[in-house]
Design a protein around this ligand. Structure first.
Ligand SMILES: Cc1cc2nc3c(=O)[nH]c(=O)nc-3n(C[C@H](O)[C@H](O)[C@H](O)COP(=O)(O)OP(=O)(O)OC[C@H]3O[C@@H](n4cnc5c(N)ncnc54)[C@H](O)[C@@H]3O)c2cc1C
Length: 593
């Protein structure tokens, strides 16, 4: 992969550069090797996981452990692990593609996600050479199953308020842990737990805790709405004796591990939700073609076609954001020139993930909500059959619900999006003021994005207007509240929604400009049209939450109105351009694998 500095804008850079001005990585750019990883993993997932879905859903954990070992033998547990420790040391894009292939069953996706992600990456990125040598080879083969224990019964969003404590034993040979953890994925069968606890009650730190540690026990399984085949358990530490050499990273620096690993988790969760949207499209299309009502297939009905077209446009925009971000992280990490899997490279990768944490939060929120919308409409297309267990759409609908809750709730991630941008702006690391000035000047003069000509001209303008909406509404909020804006959640949530749509539209339009085609262009147009209306409504909500004086509010609203595109678009034609090929293919029509 090329390491051109021009191709690594700063985090949040999508707000700064004109749409299409910088090439983004897209599905069309995947290498043969990356595609092969996906295909091989998908074959394994279908043959071994999906074929055993009923047994996995019944929590047959010995089978799950066997499947983990089989996945390990095929290399699917070692993509992020250095070669020296039995892994394949691949880039993030390949690792994400394998995660996508595993989405054939939500429960399995969570199980393997905890294994290769939150449960083992802390050792990959922050472990000592001894810790890595001791654990990673057996994690790569699936001999060791992993879990990540941050949440507690009284604190999960507020993770730093954890009460689990660690003190050094008098002989200085052990850390003695006391406390409990809640909601731990893979808890019921894991051998190794990444546990966060406060040294002496105040220094947030990370420990590797092995199953069988004296004083450590795992509580009963939760009975869940979805992902029922995954294990979710509480953990209890009663004077648990953890060897001193199992401290991971530095005392008091546990937050670095916790949050950087979560950023990778958020990104993967967002991308895999988009994969699941593609599954929903295939299921819904197949059903809509078969099912007849009023003497014709329901796929003939405009209201069904509208739902299918919207799902496809969602998948298109989601893929555009996801692969753009994994590509950015891979390129940024490659800039240091260090070989994959070396400690220096691992540091570069973590720094790259941190740089694009805004994009990771956007993907998490957008992906989980896009899948929620698609799965809901998928159930609707299936009518009564969508409500019964025999049809896989029922399980997808249930399984997805938790995606808005874990890896940081969507509320927490929404707050992080403008919150991080504002913090960077305050440090001079993001030119928010310049953006605001640019919009102010444009509104005064004639500098607003003009309707140009050429492919996707209207959509390019919309992409720019979304960024203007974000900059203008943010400026109004900052003027109204000063630094106190950080506490105004309704305003931040609305600003986050504008930023999310700005990223989605910019990515979808850039992708369609890079790889034009009738379906791609129609997806970009349809998504841009609907997203712009949402972005406008949320910018308006932010302004109205910030400005109480009616006259001032009116002035701002009239300015906002000038940032709304009013050009008519042929929504029906875009819809048909998408639905025809979708029905013909019987699935997402732009499949790349
Ligand atoms: C199936 C499942 C698997 C899980 N796996 C793991 C795992 O492997 N490891 C692990 O450590 N954790 C895991 N979790 C925990 C998960 O990360 C938490 O449930 C999640 O972070 C939410 O925390 P909570 O449940 O305590 O809700 P709370 O934090 O109590 O939140 C309740 C509501 O209040 C909102 N809220 C909270 N704080 C704020 C705020 N400051 N501003 C605005 N709104 C706020 C939340 O968004 C939410 O809507 C898992 C959870 C589930 C359900």
């Amino acid at each position: 992969m090329a390491s051109d500095p021009q191709s690594t804008p700063p985090g949040g850079g999508f707000l700064l550069a004109p749409v299409g001005s910088q090439r983004i990585d897209t599905a069309e750019d995947f290498s043969d090797e990356q595609r092969e990883f996906y295909r091989a993993a998908y074959k394994f997932a279908m043959d071994r996981v999906y074929a055993n879905a009923a047994r996995i859903e019944a929590k047959e954990f010995p089978l799950v452990r066997q499947l983990l070992r089989e996945a390990g033998e095929l290399g699917f547990l070692g993509l992020d692990i250095p070669e020296a420790h039995g892994g394949l040391a691949q880039d993030l894009t390949a690792s994400v593609l394998v995660a996508e292939a595993m989405t054939v069953l939500g429960s399995w996706s969570v199980i393997i996600g905890a294994q290769v992600g939150i449960g083992s990456l802390p050792i990959v990125y922050f472990g000592t050479p001894e810790q890595q040598a001791r654990y990673l080879p057996r994690i790569a083969t699936g001999e060791i199953a992993c879990a990540y224990a941050l949440s507690e019964a009284s604190s999960a969003s507020d993770a730093m308020a954890a009460r689990t404590r660690a003190v050094l034993s008098p002989d200085k040979k052990h850390w003695i842990l006391n406390g409990s953890k809640q909601w731990i994925s893979n808890g019921g069968f894991a051998d190794l737990f990444i546990v966060f606890a406060k040294v002496d009650g105040d220094k947030f730190s990370t420990f590797i805790v092995e199953k069988g540690t004296p004083g450590f026990s795992v509580g009963p399984e939760e009975h869940k709405m979805g992902i029922r085949g995954s294990s979710t358990c509480p953990l209890v530490f009663e004077d648990a004796m953890v060897p001193v050499e199992n401290l991971l990273g530095e005392i008091g620096k546990g937050h670095r591990i916790a949050f950087n690993i979560l950023n990778i988790g958020r990104l993967k969760l967002g991308v895999t939700c988009v994969t699941a949207v593609r599954h929903v499209i295939a299921l819904s299309t197949g059903y809509a073609k078969e099912r007849k009502a009023f003497g014709k297939p329901i796929s003939d009905f405009g209201l069904i076609r509208e739902k299918l077209a919207r799902m496809v446009a969602l998948a298109y925009a989601g893929e555009a954001m996801g692969y753009r971000t994994t590509g950015l992280i891979d390129r940024r990490a490659a800039l240091g020139g260090h070989a994959h899997g070396t400690p220096a490279f691992q540091q570069d990768l973590i720094a790259a993930v941190e740089e694009y944490n805004i994009e990771a939060s956007i993907l998490k929120v957008w992906g989980s909500e896009a899948l929620f919308q698609a799965a809901d409409e998928g159930v609707q297309i299936h009518g009564g059959y969508g409500f019964v267990e025999e049809y896989p759409i029922e399980r997808i609908f249930r399984d997805n619900r938790v995606n808005r809750i874990f890896e940081g709730t969507n509320e927490i991630n929404r707050l992080l999006i403008p919150g991080t941008l504002l913090k960077r702006a305050a440090k001079g690391a993001f030119p928010m003021m310049d953006m605001a000035k640019g919009v102010g000047a444009a509104l005064q003069g004639e500098g607003l994005p003009a309707a140009g000509s050429g492919p996707l001209a209207r959509e390019k303008r919309i992409a720019e207007l979304n960024k203007y909406l974000f900059a203008y509404a943010t400026q109004v909020a900052v003027e109204a509240f000063g630094p106190g804006v950080a506490e105004k959640q309704e305003v931040l949530g609305a600003l986050a929604d504008v930023a999310i749509e700005a990223f989605a539209v910019d990515s979808a339009v850039t992708r369609a400009l890079q790889q034009p085609g009738p379906v791609a262009q129609a997806c970009a147009s349809l998504y841009a049209e609907e997203a712009h209306q949402r972005a406008f409504a949320r910018a308006r909500a932010a302004v109205l939450s910030a400005v109480k004086d009616p006259a001032a509010a009116k002035k701002h609203l009239s300015r906002l109105a000038r940032l709304r595109d009013e050009e008519p678009g042929d929504v029906a034609a875009w819809r048909e351009a998408i639905v025809g090929p979708t029905l013909e293919a019987g699935k997402y029509p732009l499949a790349w694998a």
